[in-house]
Design a protein around this ligand. Structure first.
Ligand code: FCB
Length: 461
């Protein structure tokens, strides 16, 4: 970590923390909630590393007041949470389940009272199980169901939520949920998962229209991005077009991870994607998907290394470890420069089509253990956040309009297929007692966000 002080950020820059419903709430049957695909998946044997489920998670359903107090002590100006669709529509369709919405209503009021902007994600992967039984995101009708659900939430919270995020990481949901089966709903369809991409995007576009009819607050989507590079020097043989097999593999992976969801959102249609069948796309869909958004949410964790696929591989690329980086407890390379590269790359790729960006997730897992006095020291996380904030600041200096940064996550929580084995929080959670202990990164982030700001940039004014 450099000893140069972190440069100031523009006045009005949004500082936040992010969470998601299934990872923290617990209380899976409270107030009429129905099952989601993650309840089903986590309860199936062998799907989650430590055999755990989100049945209790961080017990946030019962402890939300304590968690809002932790955010208040942190000094953040925004909290990104997700609304659980199966709390609002336990069967995936039909009228709103008022007791489920009451929870978010109280949360939003508590946040406002603490001076924290509520930022609501409508879908963070917890599809109501009955919709999966009808085909899930492979089924076109799910897009229309999602817009109806968006309308119900906006009817209740539209006057108080300060930023709406339709979907969280549709790429990860498609690829791990429907492509490889490592996430719920556990389908392993490889490129036949493409309809799950298209129907999520269509659902996003329809939900944007539903939100616009109910609220004047800005609307966004949160995508996961990863700069792609060719690992090693495997690319000696150049073909007639001047590109080698590894370059072509990198371009294919870049199209899949970084462009499949962003090109159509910003009005450019789908990129060429070897292997994807575009049959799901109907006339008029691309116009719905390209409905203007006010903010692009960027989730960034790490870059990706790629090489040419082996002969006969079903995929046009092979993912490989990038050498030379320190790694988090997840094994992910720590590469703050990748965040700068991706932010400036988005600007170069999309030019004036690109709306202002907020980094809606950034963070790292380490094996944080309380010491003999019960304190939790996490210098690696401080170094990680310091490096990534410098990268954001550098991208702003490069002319990219970045207006916010949210740490993933407020709390150690239930990390999907990794269960409780990966700790991402600024606050340590003892999952046996639910005791919350702010880590040293919590104090560091508080000091960072409460420093005097620099001059405003055009879009934070
Ligand atoms: C992102 C997810 C989030 C969390 C982090 C570590 O892909 O959006 O829920 O799991 O990774």
């Amino acid at each position: 970590m450099t000893t140069e002080p972190l440069p100031p950020f523009p006045a009005g820059f949004r500082w936040g923390v992010s969470t998601s419903a299934y990872q923290i709430e617990g209380a899976p049957t409270a107030a009429g909630r129905g099952p989601s695909i993650w309840d089903t998946f986590a309860h199936a044997p062998g799907r989650v590393a430590d055999g755990s489920t989100g049945d209790v998670a961080c017990d946030h359903w019962h402890r939300h007041a304590e968690d809002v107090a932790l955010m208040s002590g942190l000094g953040v100006s925004a909290y990104r949470f997700s609304v659980a669709w199966p709390r609002v529509q336990p069967g995936g369709t039909g009228p709103a389940n008022a007791p489920g919405l009451d929870f978010y209503d109280r949360l939003v009021d508590d946040l406002a009272a603490a001076g924290i902007d509520p930022v609501a994600t409508l879908y963070h992967w917890d599809l109501p199980q009955p919709l999966e039984d009808a085909g899930g995101w492979l089924h076109r009708d799910t897009a229309a169901r999602f817009a109806e659900y968006a309308d119900l939430v906006a009817a209740r919270l539209g006057d108080r939520v300060k930023l709406w995020i339709t979907l969280n990481e549709p790429f990860v949901h498609m690829s791990m949920g429907y492509g490889t089966g490592e996430h719920a709903p556990g389908r392993a369809l490889l490129f036949d998962a493409f309809p799950a991409a298209h129907h999520q995007l269509l659902g996003h576009g329809l939900a944007v229209a539903a939100l616009r009819a109910r609220t004047a607050s800005p609307v966004a989507i949160a995508n996961n991005y990863s700069p792609v590079s060719v690992a090693g020097d495997a690319d000696a043989d150049r073909a007639a077009d001047g590109r080698g097999d590894a370059d072509r593999a990198a371009a294919a992976y870049d199209a899949l991870h970084n462009r499949l969801f962003t090109d159509p959102l910003l009005g450019l249609g789908y990129p060429d994607l070897p292997g994807a069948n575009p049959e799901a796309v109907r006339d008029g869909d691309l116009a719905v998907i390209a409905a203007p958004i006010d903010v692009l949410g960027v989730n960034y964790y790490n870059p990706t290394g790629v090489r040419a696929p082996d002969e006969g591989s079903p995929l046009p690329f092979e993912l490989v470890e990038l050498a030379g980086y320190p790694r988090t407890a997840f094994g992910w390379p720590v590469a703050p420069d990748g965040l700068r590269e991706l932010l400036t790359g988005l600007r170069e790729r999309y030019g004036d089509r690109l709306p202002p960006i907020q980094v809606t997730e950034s963070g790292c897992a380490y094996d944080d253990v309380p010491d003999a006095e019960g304190r939790v020291h996490d210098p690696e996380r401080i170094a990680y956040l310091d490096g990534h904030l410098r990268a954001v600041r550098a991208a702003i200096d490069d002319g990219v309009d970045v207006t916010g940064y949210f740490v993933w996550s407020l709390l150690d929580n239930w990390e999907w297929a990794e269960g409780f084995t990966k700790r991402f929080g600024l606050v340590h959670v003892d999952f046996a007692t639910q005791a919350r202990t702010p880590k040293s990164s919590y104090a560091w982030f508080r000091d960072t966000v409460t420093r005097p700001a620099g001059p405003a940039s055009p879009s934070t004014e």
